[in-house]
Design a protein around this ligand. Structure first.
Ligand SMILES: NC(=O)c1ccc[n+]([C@@H]2O[C@H](COP(=O)([O-])OP(=O)(O)OC[C@H]3O[C@@H](n4cnc5c(N)ncnc54)[C@H](OP(=O)(O)O)[C@@H]3O)[C@@H](O)[C@H]2O)c1
Length: 156
């Protein structure tokens, strides 16, 4: 399970159930990394993309309230979402938002973090994580963001 997120240095990930920025290089990077994989996301994040699945990726929505829907997997618990994702046999990404990141963080083995350079304000934050538990395996400086890949030091 890989967590993928874009955040400011202060940890902002969202505002008014949307992303506070539109950075095309970052969107392209998200696409490149996740293409062919399975995205697990919360109901609010799914709504933030107008409830339309992104092309060429499986989507699993975690929600207690969203009705079942044709062509979309709606799971009622995190465990159910992970079981369903494993059935697809593709790389699994946790694509947010904050509630979902917080609950999946303890089981994530890898983080793909895009640190946006500009300081946007927002109302939704990436959960606190202890940098001592993670090693940086890649760092790439892009124009508008710095991409950092972390691996968990002691996976259980
Ligand atoms: N910058 C980024 O990389 C990034 C990525 C993703 C999202 N975002 C932003 O994050 C914000 C949304 O995040 P959010 O924290 O408000 O919402 P969220 O995590 O996307 O979704 C929360 C919803 O997920 C469902 N849920 C959560 N835990 C559950 C559980 N254990 N079992 C069953 N259902 C569960 C609930 O849906 P029900 O209420 O239907 O039960 C809950 O209301 C938006 O602003 C979005 O743009 C940013």
């Amino acid at each position: 399970m890989t967590i993928i997120a874009a955040l400011t240095r202060k940890g902002v990930i969202g505002r008014d159930n949307d992303m506070p920025w539109h950075i095309s290089e970052e969107s392209k990077q998200f696409k490149k990394l996740t293409l062919g994989g399975t995205l697990i996301m919360g109901r609010k994040t799914f709504e933030s993309i107008d409830s339309r699945p992104l092309p060429r990726r499986k989507h699993i929505i975690v929600s207690r309230s969203m009705p079942d829907s044709d062509g979309i997997d709606v799971c009622r618990t995190l465990d159910e979402a992970v079981d369903k994702a494993r059935e697809y046999g593709r790389e699994i990404f946790c694509a947010g938002g904050a509630e979902i990141y917080r609950q999946f963080l303890p089981q994530a083995k890898r983080l793909y973090m895009s640190y946006v350079k500009q300081d946007f304000s927002g109302d939704t934050y990436f959960p606190h994580f202890d940098l001592n538990e993670w090693r940086v395996v890649k760092e790439e400086d892009q124009e508008a963001f710095v991409f950092v890949e972390y691996e968990r030091k002691n996976p259980t």
